[in-house]
Design a protein around this ligand. Structure first.
Ligand code: GLC
Ligand code: MG
Length: 423
């Protein structure tokens, strides 16, 4: 968040399972990849991406390894009981103190053990300020009421949330996704960085609170759970700032961005004519995003008739421009483009995908730009990631010149193996 010098233009606060990530359809994560390139192209530089999940931090990290997920600016885990910032996931200690107010995990465990209707969830789903169970839907209301009274009598201030038709979480009263968002908004306001627009996105019971925060736009994705839709019917039907999308998961988020006119919602992945040879002066970050989309299509064998784009790309590389491969080997940029030609279709039918994360362009001196990003590449279940830096200069009559490209293996890359890594 430090990189922002003024209030963010937009903030997305999104749930992960069955909202950002589709667990039932879209095994290739195409919708998520569409969202990713849109976010990096149109929003990353002046907006905030917040994930708010019921998952614990370790389970969130596991999901990150399974799906092509972007790095959020803020990560709210364990149903709004933990908040952390940035790529290095720095815990908010003030929030930890708030979560420990009138809370005692031992007492919660003791009282809940008296209810045979409650089945404790796995150990990896438990956290200091979140005790989670499964319960039969028909018993949820009755148990919630009774448990609430018993814990109150024991001097605790708690909150009970029913989600997904089967999960029951016991949290501190001040916790939950809504309270966590209110806290974040307040923190941003104090820092003079209150977002111009905020969009909350969810699909189930633990997301309900997100939609109660004043002045935010909201989208319940098409595949939302009954408990969220019922809450909406009873409490928020007249709120024109909340929609029930007709698209599933992240498709519903793109739909809401368009519906509320919160910014562009056409992903670079969908833009027809992307590979045309066209000078585009928006931002050199876009050049990099476009290039890696081309690169994915090229190796998948999908990019035909790209001669014009390739010629244009080559012409945009400085004749003395150098590419430093993650292995340390140096090559001329133009030779690298030439070499690429022989890889057309080499990843056909190999579930090959490429995505860019944290694309940030900074003007270093007038006419000189530095674009930094993480470039991810996946073949089947194997993933690699390189921290990538591209130096550009702007051409006098529009467009940019690629001066040099430098890559190093990212600490997040599970496989740091030079073979088959072209650029
Ligand atoms: C996530 C968590 C689970 C929790 C549920 C509902 O699935 O893993 O522990 O009960 O969200 O909040
Ligand atoms: Mg969900």
């Amino acid at each position: 968040m430090e990189r922002l010098t003024s209030p963010p233009r937009f903030m997305i606060v999104s749930d992960l399972d069955d909202t950002m990530v589709d667990h039932h359809y879209d095994p290739e994560n195409l919708s998520l990849l569409r969202f990713n390139s849109l976010w990096e192209d149109a929003f990353r530089h002046d907006s905030l991406l917040v994930f708010s999940t019921g998952r614990t931090l370790p389970m969130y990290k596991k999901l990150r390894k399974e799906r092509p997920m972007l790095t959020p600016d803020v990560i709210i885990t364990s149903v709004g009981t933990e908040i952390a910032y940035g790529k290095s996931i720095v815990t908010d200690d003030t929030w930890v103190d708030i979560m420990n107010h009138k809370w005692d995990r031992g007492i919660v465990e003791e009282e809940t053990s008296k209810f045979p209707e409650l089945t404790i969830q796995r150990e990896c789903d438990q956290r200091p300020n979140k005790v989670s169970f499964f319960i039969d839907k028909s018993k949820a209301q009755e148990v919630t009421k009774e448990l609430y009274q018993r814990l109150e009598k024991r001097g605790l201030e708690i909150k009970i949330i029913f989600s997904g038709g089967k999960a029951l979480d016991v949290l501190p009263k001040g916790g939950g996704k809504g309270q966590a968002l209110a806290y974040l908004l307040n923190k941003l306001k104090t820092e003079g960085k209150l977002p111009v627009n905020t969009l909350v996105c969810g699909d189930s019971g633990n997301d309900t609170e997100l939609f109660t925060i004043p002045n935010v736009y909201g989208v319940m994705v098409s595949n939302s759970q009954e408990e969220l839709l019922e809450w909406y019917e009873e409490n928020a039907k007249d709120n024109a700032k909340i929609i029930h999308a007709s698209e599933r998961c992240v498709g519903g988020i793109l739909e809401a961005i368009g519906h509320f006119k919160l910014g562009p919602n056409l992903s670079p992945r969908d833009v027809y004519g992307l590979l045309e040879c066209k000078e585009d002066n928006v931002n050199p970050g876009r050049e990099v995003i476009k290039f890696f989309l081309f690169y994915e299509r090229w190796r998948r064998g999908e990019a035909d008739n790209c001669e014009a784009y390739i010629a244009c790309l080559k012409a945009s590389c400085h004749p003395a421009g150098v590419f430093v491969h993650p292995s340390g080997a140096e090559k001329s940029l133009r030779d690298t483009i030439d070499e690429l030609e022989k890889y057309h279709g080499d990843k056909k039918d190999k579930k090959f995908r490429v995505w860019t994360d944290q694309v940030l362009a900074t003007q270093t001196t007038p006419g000189t730009w530095m674009v930094k990003l993480d470039k991810w590449e996946q073949t089947g279940n194997e993933r690699k990631c390189c921290r990538t830096t591209v130096k550009f200069t702007s051409k006098e009559n529009g467009g940019y010149v690629w001066e040099n490209v430098q890559q190093t293996w990212s600490e997040e890359a599970e496989i740091k193996d030079d073979s088959n890594w072209i650029i």
